[in-house]
Design a protein around this ligand. Structure first.
Ligand SMILES: Cc1cc2nc3c(=O)[nH]c(=O)nc-3n(C[C@H](O)[C@H](O)[C@H](O)COP(=O)(O)O)c2cc1C
Length: 186
């Protein structure tokens, strides 16, 4: 919907690599459809790993770790569309993306779940191997995670065969596909 807010969480440790480039094109497409956009590079943020302390929501804070997670929670709550952007690392997301995902356990309380319930969510991913198999465990992880958090699947943009840092820039039609994916979010 025009006027929607699309927020991307960039999970690559490699600045200006393939997934950053894809996310940039997706957000460009979203803006062309009238969306507001924002992105957060997780590599630049302090996100303490979840310790399973069971203190979610205590004393008026979603999480006891008062780090950059708070900024990310606020961004999620203010968004209409959430984009999780990550390369495949060992058939899963990167460690920084996984640390962020673990911290989303705060939305597991009856008080906090309505803060995210019903938002649209999508995955943007790239990896080196040819074909879809290398990304299948990760695609499943996000699919189940979205369902668990009661997010609405907004579709995925998946690019295989992208190893070197600039690979997606040289792949015919990929950035157009990314822009179209973004425009369809609006
Ligand atoms: C630690 C590490 C693990 C990786 N694991 C896989 C993998 O399991 N399968 C695969 O196809 N590519 C794998 N790759 C390649 C990346 O997915 C690929 O280079 C991707 O384009 C990186 O995205 P970026 O440029 O946004 O960082 C791995 C790369 C690294 C550095």
């Amino acid at each position: 919907m025009p006027g929607s807010k699309v927020v991307a969480f960039l999970g690559s440790p490699r600045p200006r690599g393939n997934t950053d480039t894809l996310a940039e094109a997706v957000l460009e497409g979203a803006r062309s459809a009238g969306c507001a956009t924002e992105s957060f590079a997780l590599r630049a943020l302090r996100i303490h790993p979840c310790t399973g302390c069971d203190n979610c929501g205590r004393r008026g804070h979603l999480c006891i770790f008062r780090d950059d997670g708070e900024t990310l929670y606020r961004a999620m709550i203010g968004a209409d569309v959430l984009l999780f952007v990550t390369p495949v690392y060992w058939y899963g997301p990167t460690a920084i993306m996984k640390a962020f995902l673990d911290r989303l356990v705060v939305f597991n309380t009856p008080e906090a779940r309505p803060l995210v319930r019903g938002k649209a969510a999508g995955l943007v991913a790239a990896w080196e191997e040819k074909g879809s198999e290398a990304a299948e465990p990760m695609v499943k992880l996000f699919e189940m995670g979205f369902r668990y958090l009661e997010l609405r699947p907004a579709g995925n943009l998946l690019v295989d065969g992208a190893g070197p840092k600039d690979a997606v820039r040289g792949m015919s039609g990929v950035l157009d596909r990314a822009r179209a994916f973004g425009a369809a979010l609006g």
